[in-house]
Design a protein around this ligand. Structure first.
Ligand code: SF4
Length: 157
């Protein structure tokens, strides 16, 4: 898996202070996509074990406490990203159990494959649905268009 950008400290993408990873790879081709460069799974940099360790270190950092990890893109549930994202969310929940995981995807929760669902099992909050330009609303919090839904999965478990 490649990633577009990693923000070790982020207060925009999700609640509280977070670490945020924007992955490469997306097949949704939403009209008005804010970053088409992320569609190409080869874009950006390789998310290697060193980067995985960096995320864990940042979540464990006691000087600047992060509430959790945000996974966006691109699409973290893009088929080519699944193995790497599954390994990451498993590790976060095993080593940083007090941190929440938010994940943004263009796929619908109701239509996820078995492998995508295996990842979502570790996710606290899933924001699903493509970006729809005619439903875009800058006043929305944590989503770009009104068709997208914030699913608080942790609350339902
Ligand atoms: S899901 Fe996100 S990254 Fe993918 S095309 Fe839509 S807006 Fe762009």
């Amino acid at each position: 898996m490649n990633y577009h950008q990693y923000m070790p400290i982020d207060v925009i993408n999700g609640p509280g202070t977070r670490a945020t990873l924007f992955v490469s790879g997306c097949e949704h081709q939403c009209r008005g996509c804010y970053n088409q460069s992320t569609w190409n799974p080869c874009h950006g940099h390789e998310f290697d074990l060193q980067m995985q360790q960096q995320v864990i270190n940042d979540l464990k950092d006691q000087r600047i406490k992060r509430r959790g990890l945000s996974l966006s893109g691109g699409d973290p549930l893009y088929p080519g990203n699944l193995a790497c994202i599954l390994a990451l969310v498993k590790r976060v929940k095993a080593e940083c159990p007090d941190k929440d995981i938010w994940l943004w995807t263009g796929y619908l929760l109701s239509e996820l494959s078995i492998v995508q669902r295996a990842i979502v099992d570790y996710v606290d909050v899933l924001v699903d649905g493509k970006f729809e330009q005619d439903k875009a609303d800058p006043s929305l919090v944590f989503r770009g268009s009104s068709n997208q839904v914030i699913h608080n999965l942790a609350q339902k478990r």
